[in-house]
Design a protein around this ligand. Structure first.
Ligand SMILES: [Zn+2]
Length: 343
């Protein structure tokens, strides 16, 4: 008969006890259909969407297509006033900002022309500052606009790879850009998505943060993790998975659990494993390389942790063999937690 050589580990176990309450993502209630589309070209199509990845940033608005040409009227999406005008070599090229009374500001970029009133203000600024580039703010009474007013002509100015209107909606106070589609400016899309790769995210319960992980376990116990080393080396040699070497009946005897409240300091718990009355492994939780909290936080990023789950946290030095007939006893703070014989 071939004797199985078995390696033992003395390991601390912790049990996960709590359920995370379901978290709902709350979205701000944005006014629906308050803003019209900035162009009259139907159907409304875009060459760029909000949040799209660009070389050094996320795209901050919608790029409305203009039939590969410039010269279309651009409309004020609602009442307000032109609050800022910008002329750049790159960037938006020519842009206007309209501030609306409902707390939002809309931005129109890559324009080919301003209205005569705005063009006059730009020219005055350029002469005064002797620069082509301009960026200035306007008072609410200078250029008020009404919904549907033509406020500019579409173009291809600045850093633009083709004629289009770059349109943004910003929070006037914070200048935070918001997806225009959240305001009801939706873009019909008949093209079904093509799957090119699949990523799997942890959705059933969020990952635990290390800061709060202490609240997610309440008991500590001892466990022994047996490895059938003969099977493992054979499988390693052949490049096969070691599953059978780590998981077989009786491969992980576990003690009863003790409330962590019973310990003055969970990072100062002595534990040991005796074989046939002789101490083979002993350790103290102060020697853990990673705290229980960081282990829980790490594991939860990859595996959904639920009430009743156990985590083996690590083993002190002294990993060794056991033979049939050996008696194993595990202790925590001098108290016997495990006592069994290898069969
Ligand atoms: Zn754009």
């Amino acid at each position: 008969m071939v004797k199985k050589r078995i390696i033992i580990f003395c390991i601390l176990l912790i049990s996960i006890y709590t359920n995370l309450s379901a978290q709902t993502i709350q979205s701000r209630a944005y006014p629906q259909n308050y803003f019209r589309y900035p162009l009259d070209l139907l159907p409304h199509t875009t060459a760029g969407s909000f949040g799209e990845l660009r070389p050094a940033h996320f795209h901050s608005g919608l790029d409305f297509k203009t039939n590969q040409r410039i010269g279309y009227p651009v409309y004020a999406v609602n009442d307000g006033y032109i609050s800022r005008v910008r002329v750049q070599y790159g960037g938006f090229g020519r842009a206007i900002y309209i501030t609306h009374p409902n707390g939002y500001t809309t931005v129109y970029g890559h324009l080919s022309a301003f209205t005569p009133a705005v063009a006059a203000l730009v020219k005055a600024y350029q002469y005064e500052h002797q620069t082509f580039e301009a960026d200035f703010k306007l008072q609410p009474t200078q250029v008020p606009v009404c919904k549907d007013d033509v406020v500019a002509i579409s173009g291809n100015a600045g850093a633009s790879a083709g004629p289009h209107v770059h349109f943004e909606i910003r929070d006037t106070q914070t200048e935070e850009t918001i997806n225009p589609q959240l305001f009801g400016l939706t873009i019909p899309d008949q093209v079904p998505p093509t799957i090119t790769s699949i990523g799997i995210y942890h959705l059933n319960g969020n990952p635990f943060s290390e800061k709060f992980a202490a609240g997610y376990y309440d008991e500590i116990g001892l466990g022994v993790d047996f490895t059938a080393r003969d099977i493992q080396s054979k499988h390693k040699e052949k490049g096969l998975p070691w599953e059978l070497a780590k998981a077989f009946d009786g491969s992980a005897p576990i003690s009863a659990f003790v409330s962590k409240a019973k310990f003055a300091d969970i990072y100062n718990i002595n534990f040991k494993l005796d074989i046939n009355g002789e101490t083979r492994q002993q350790g103290n939780t102060s020697n853990l390389l990673f705290s229980f909290e960081s282990i829980i936080a790490f594991v939860s990023r990859y595996i959904t942790l639920k009430k009743g789950d156990l985590i083996f946290t690590g083993t002190p030095a002294g990993v060794g063999k056991v033979a049939v007939g050996d008696r194993l006893e595990g202790y925590m703070e001098g108290e016997k937690m495990l006592d069994f014989q290898v069969k």
